[in-house]
Each structure stands twice: as C-alpha cells, then as structure tokens.
Design a protein around this ligand. Structure first.
Ligand code: FE2
Length: 133
C-alpha cells in the first residue's frame, strides 16, 4: 500500500490546523514504516498517546474555527469528530485492558487511513471555501 502523504492541496490556510494535520500524517507514516521494521508495537504506543490529545486539542481548535466562520456544516462535522472520539476512547480503554500487539497496529492503521481519506481529505477540506468568505 502506498504511504499517504500530506501535500499542499490539503492546506486549509490556517497554520495551526495545517500543522496538526501534517503531524497526524507523519505519525501514520511512522507507524507504517515501523510495521515493516518490526517496531509496530512501539510506534503504535506512540501514536495512541498522540491521539489521546489530538482528539481533544485538534478537534477543539477545528470546532472553534467552524463556529468563528459560521460554518453551515458544523453539526455534521462535529458528529464525525464525536464518532471518532468515541472510537479512539474505546480503543484506548481496550489497550489499557488487554495491551497491544502488532495485529492491532494493522487494524489501527487501516482505521487511521480511513480517517485521513474520508475526514481530513474530504470533510475538513469542505470548510476551506468558507474560511476566506
Ligand atoms: Fe475535522
């Protein structure tokens, strides 16, 4: 599977959000490289730790931006955030209970790719035309 890369077509023009998106792409990239190098468990642990704050801080920043610009798609967008928050929170709880292994890395990677492709590349990009209005 080719590694997904952040590129300038995914720029929102809001530096804070763009940096957060880029960092998430880098983290997924790092996990995928680690999966080839037999270091999946370590990198998965790092990613999960990162996601724990990402779902709070990044989503908060994005939701604040949408409110500021009166974005009409706010409610639907926040629903996607909440679903993802719930997914990550139950994943974190599961990992604390059962621990993590390299099979879980494959599964999390798949889910993260889906998130990049469906949310960041589509739902987040739909905000952009409203930012400079
Ligand atoms: Fe978003």
């Amino acid at each position: 599977m080719p590694i997904l890369e952040w590129n300038r077509s995914l720029e929102t023009g809001i530096e804070l959000i763009d940096n957060q998106h880029q960092e998430l792409f880098r983290r997924i990239d790092r996990l995928e490289l680690a999966m080839y190098n037999g270091r999946a468990v370590t990198e998965l642990r790092n990613l999960l730790e990162y996601l724990e704050s990402y779902i709070i801080e990044h989503f908060h920043d994005e939701e604040e931006l949408m409110l500021r610009i009166n974005y009409p798609g706010y409610a639907a967008h926040v629903k996607e955030h909440n679903d993802f928050r719930n997914k990550i929170n139950s994943l974190l709880a599961e990992c604390k209970g059962k621990g993590i292994d390299s099979y879980l890395a494959i599964d999390v990677d798949k889910q993260m790719r889906k998130w990049l492709e469906h949310h960041i590349m589509k739902t987040d990009m739909a905000i952009v035309p409203f930012i400079n209005k």
